[in-house]
Design a protein around this ligand. Structure first.
Ligand SMILES: *Cc1c(COP(=O)(O)O)cnc(C)c1O
Length: 397
């Protein structure tokens, strides 16, 4: 996930435009900005690229998720179903609203399994939040059918798969709302930043207000604006938006290079019969930011992870034993370790992790290894990497 690898003239130009005016905020000061509205321009271009009516930038991917949920009316005690394999931001964004994250199993797509989700639906469930992890694509159609049947929202976390597609649509644009991160290690970066996309006018208008203290953004006197409802400050700065605007110009180039580098590794691994790649649903295309594969047994996978480390092959991840991305290591969530008191609804409704069964997730994650695909690697470097990875696998079989 390599936007920062290509940092250069485009970003500098956009940032300089802003620095020259000195207006680092996205709202107000219209007379002083020399016509530059970088956040606004980024939103327009981003919604075009994603094929949605609306895009709303925010200060981070985590806040994009929170703003998305808030804009759709999710609040205290509402349950949001998320995968056991994701970044911690998924449940943080839910908890920020006093809502309750409910975990459900992932499958061979590394994403939410619809049957597993159905078992977790309660009278309090309001949304399903699939996460496209490591460039892979969740099988969304069964989730949408489930959402329809139970009158739930489908909110996609596409932070790690930006540019991937599902049934001809960009991921993030399939659900009711889709969220992205532009943090430093994502496919395109603002330094810090995020966005949500939607075709729902009400959600878009709510998001516009909510991320800026509930401001109605009517007229050009910010001090005189009204506040139809309570909001928060989840705004992006004009400087960060400018960086992202520069990065957006390289988006296709990044995706193409990722695909090329991915295919070099995929070809090498296809020669090893014991290796199978993460399942990509029919009519879907990953964004190729990672190549993820399964081995036949947990034992073998552990050995491969060990060999990769010993051989110094960088950026290979055995998430099953990683404290950031898998439920097994979310002690702070499981033990409800917070600085202040959690809302009563959250305390009462959170799952009892000693009793829950996530063996389907364990079955897939214990046999999965994810390898990063950088854009700065040359074909030659990628070939060498592919050979090293293949060697580590063969040594463990
Ligand atoms: C990066 C990421 C986020 C959060 O993004 P930040 O911009 O770092 O807050 C959320 N979900 C997933 C899956 C991510 O990878």
């Amino acid at each position: 996930m390599p936007g920062f690898e290509l940092f250069g003239e485009e970003e500098k130009k956009e940032v300089n435009d802003v620095l020259e005016t000195g207006i680092l905020m996205r709202y107000g000061f219209d007379g002083l900005r020399n016509g530059h509205f970088k956040a606004k321009e980024f939103e327009q271009k981003f919604s075009e690229v994603m094929g949605t009516e609306y895009a709303q930038l925010t200060s981070s991917g985590t806040s994009a998720l929170t703003v998305a949920l808030a804009s759709a009316g999710i609040g205290a005690g509402d349950e949001v179903i998320l995968p056991t394999f994701t970044f911690v931001a998924s449940f943080e964004s839910v908890l920020a609203l006093g809502a309750v994250p409910i975990l459900a199993d992932v499958d061979e797509t590394l994403g939410l399994n619809a049957k597993a989700v159905e078992k977790r639906i309660s009278i309090k469930t309001k949304a399903i939040m699939p996460v496209h992890m490591c460039g892979s694509i969740v099988h969304l159609e069964p989730l949408r059918e489930l959402a329809k049947k139970h009158n739930l929202l489908l909110i996609e976390d596409a932070c790690q798969a930006i540019g991937g597609t599902y049934q001809g649509k960009k991921v993030g644009s399939y659900g009711d709302i889709g969220c992205f991160s532009f943090d430093f290690v994502k496919t395109i970066t603002c330094g810090e930043g995020g966005a949500l996309i939607t075709n729902n006018q009400t959600f878009a208008e709510n998001a516009d207000k909510y991320q800026d203290h509930g401001h109605d953004h009517i007229g050009n006197d910010r001090g005189a604006e009204t506040h139809p409802f309570l909001g928060y400050n989840y705004r992006i700065s004009e400087l960060h938006a400018a960086v992202g605007l520069g990065q957006l110009k390289k988006f296709n180039q990044i995706l193409e290079k990722q695909k090329l580098n991915y295919s070099i590794l995929a070809e090498e691994l296809s020669k090893i019969t014991e290796v199978s790649l993460t399942h990509t649903p029919k009519e879907a295309e990953p964004n190729y930011s990672f190549l993820n594969f399964f081995l036949p047994t947990e034992e073998q996978t552990k050995k491969v992870a060990h060999h990769l480390k010993a051989e110094g092959v960088e950026a290979c991840f055995y998430w099953y034993a990683n404290n950031w991305h898998y439920y097994k290591y979310w002690e702070h969530l499981k033990e409800q370790k917070t600085l202040g008191k959690l809302p009563q609804e959250v305390r009462e409704q959170l799952q009892d992790f000693d009793k829950e069964d996530f063996s389907l997730s364990d079955e897939w994650l214990s046999r999965n290894i994810s390898t990063l695909v950088k854009v700065s690697w040359t074909e030659e470097e990628m070939k060498q990497r592919a050979q090293k990875i293949a060697k580590a696998i063969k040594a463990a079989l």
